[in-house]
Design a protein around this ligand. Structure first.
Ligand code: BGC
Length: 252
């Protein structure tokens, strides 16, 4: 029970990587707030699996500061503290650069960068009082690796990379660790379209040395360790979990 006595908040936790992290945190002994935007039923199911006294589902749009503030306040009211904040909620609408609209850009950055920024701020204000905390930003291999046809997503994740590093430095005096997780191709709703196209799957597999698409549980296992006291000396870096995708990039 690596997370016994800890309280976690996971955004975008009704499905995919966020859902797997919420379940793994619950199994490791944490109390968990499950943030969701649209998928209330799935969020409730995750709560039930963790146990209703140990989990609560809150509907909040991470692109709205008001929603963020309310969700962090309610977490602290319900569970008494906040030890672990996972910025997982994200969107992705691959579009050729020449066709990206202002609205698309604004929404991408609002969910994938403004959201984590203000979630981290609200969480850190509580963690500073506790003189300890873990902020985990779910980024992507594309915080570093270009992906043509997905420029707004890459720009948002690149921004998240620098947010992780800057906050790690600024919050270190309070013993708040800030780290990134950079997943590669993981089977989740965000890339359902790609994964239902056999040709695209083959192209992806060709660039993954371990030869398989990842599972949300692969990422959750890392997220448990990064949330636990075992990783107290880790801050300001991104852990890629990608079956080797990043090491292969650019080789002959
Ligand atoms: C994206 C996926 C993509 C993967 C590997 C992830 O960040 O969400 O769409 O397949 O990176 O390129």
């Amino acid at each position: 029970m690596q997370l016994e006595g800890k309280v976690a908040l996971v955004t975008g936790a009704s499905t995919g990587i966020g859902g797997a992290i919420a379940l793994a945190y619950g199994a490791a002994g944490a109390k968990v707030t499950i943030d969701y935007l649209h998928r209330q039923e799935e969020a409730q199911q995750i709560c039930q699996k963790i146990g209703s006294e140990k989990a609560t589902a809150i509907q909040a749009d991470v692109s709205k500061l008001q929603d963020i503030t309310r969700m962090v306040q309610r977490t602290v009211e319900t569970f008494g503290r906040l030890d672990i904040m996972v910025n997982n909620a994200g969107i992705e609408v691959p579009t050729p650069f020449l066709e990206v609209t202002e609205a698309q850009w604004d929404r991408q950055l609002a969910v994938d960068l403004k959201g984590p920024f203000f979630m981290a701020q609200a969480a850190a204000r509580q963690m500073v009082k506790q003189r300890k905390g873990k902020i985990i930003n779910i980024s992507s291999v594309h915080e570093d690796r270009p992906m043509p046809g997905n420029a707004p997503y890459c720009a948002a994740k690149g921004g998240l990379r620098m947010l992780t590093r800057t906050l790690a430095d600024e919050l270190a005096p309070y013993q708040i660790n800030v780290v990134g997780i950079g997943p590669g191709a993981i089977a989740t709703p965000i890339n359902q379209k790609t994964l239902s196209d056999p040709q695209k799957v083959q192209t992806l597999l060709n660039s993954i040395p371990l030869g398989r698409i990842g599972k949300p549980e692969d990422v959750a296992a890392l997220a448990v360790w990064l949330a636990s006291d075992a990783s107290d000396y880790v801050t300001g870096t991104t852990f890629f979990i990608d079956g080797g995708l990043m090491v292969q990039a650019g080789s002959l």
